[in-house]
Design a protein around this ligand. Structure first.
Ligand code: A2P
Length: 325
């Protein structure tokens, strides 16, 4: 695996920066993925719920055909959507992802959310009334199927996303193939220091979505108490960027990598894709003081609260089991 990477608990390596693709404009995404691979990215994050696995896969196949990259150099992540969180639906869902990407076994497959929907849900967007609550038993039934998909050679590594420590602890105790990754929202306003330390102790790598504070996030990620000054516009981040001759985005990504997490910045703008890759260039680093200053911006501010998944009478906070509220 070329470039800087982190070792997962199963001995596999994951490049320490990945391209996020959620809400990537479909007309721009193909070229964005190609631009990323040309810039040096080897890690691409998608999900069946993003409905873009086909575009991402076609772009990666093109890069391979053109000789820009070899399959073994790429690390592709996708995710099982909550409507497929039923044991009989898992193998067909995995095959659908594998076929859509068209790049052979998927390097990392995550359970996207710890909850699920009824077995025969309405069409997307599925009404929230059809959401079922979390149970560890339901997660385990799905996990056994995912383990079988690894045994069958369709998937390489398994992980989760949006799991609290409580939920992940139960899964770690019962899994035959332990989850190697938990993908969480991470940025300077939501540092999750204790949560990340817990994952380190348990051998689970934390990958971070919204590493730039998701400036163009959708309404479901916007709240009346969102601060006006976000991670990218923070004078502290800007000051550190100026000192190093880097951009604020590059500081945020370097900070994420230096603290041992794997950021997944989304961009469909080639110049920003390249800029972001330069953020993790090993030829520069943040000082201990810089790291502390950026971490000091933490207010525990979550953008993705999951409130849009809460049924009537449910508190969104319950989803996170007390992990940073
Ligand atoms: P775009 O895709 O139009 O380039 P996050 O990964 O935190 O969710 O942030 C993604 C958002 O940040 C997207 O709107 C993306 O816009 C924007 N973005 C990506 N890279 C940069 C950058 N280097 N500077 C400013 N904004 C960026």
């Amino acid at each position: 695996m070329s470039g800087a990477s982190v070792r997962l608990s199963n001995g596999r390596d994951m490049p320490c920066l990945g391209l996020g693709t959620w809400r990537g404009d479909a007309t721009l995404l193909h070229d964005a993925v190609c631009a990323a691979v040309k810039a040096g990215y080897r890690h691409i994050d998608t999900a069946s719920l993003y409905f873009n696995e086909g575009i991402v896969g076609a772009a990666l196949q093109q890069c391979m055909r053109e000789g820009v990259v070899k399959r073994e150099e790429l690390f592709i992540t996708s995710k099982l959507m909550p409507t497929d969180m039923h044991a009989p639906k898992v193998q067909p869902a995995v095959r659908k992802s594998v076929d859509a990407l068209g790049c052979g076994p998927i390097d990392l497959y995550l359970i996207h959310w710890p909850f699920r929907f009824v077995e025969a849900p309405s069409a997307f967007p599925v009404p929230v009334a059809e959401r079922l609550g979390y149970t560890h038993e339901a997660v385990m039934a799905v996990w056994r199927e995912l383990e079988a998909a690894v045994d069958a050679g369709l998937l390489v590594s398994l992980g989760v996303s949006n799991f609290s420590r409580k939920k992940l602890g139960l899964l770690l105790a019962d899994a035959r193939l332990p989850p190697v990754v938990n993908q969480l929202e991470l940025h300077p306003l939501l540092v999750q220091a204790e949560v990340c330390a817990w994952h380190r102790e348990h051998g689970v790598v934390v990958t971070g979505y919204c590493p730039l504070g998701s400036p163009s996030r959708p309404p479901t990620f916007r709240h009346a108490d969102d601060p006006e000054v976000d991670s990218l516009s923070s004078p502290i981040v800007r000051g550190i960027a100026a000192q190093h001759g880097k951009s604020p985005a590059q500081v945020l990504l370097k900070w994420a990598v230096q603290r041992g997490t794997v950021p997944l910045p989304k961009s469909t703008t080639p110049a920003r894709i390249e800029e972001n890759y330069g953020g993790v260039d090993p030829t520069w680093s943040l000082s201990g003081e810089d790291m502390e200053l950026v971490s000091g911006l933490d207010t525990g501010h979550r953008y993705n609260r999951g409130a849009h998944f809460a049924r009537e009478g449910e508190a969104w906070a319950d989803l996170w089991d007390g992990d940073v509220l």
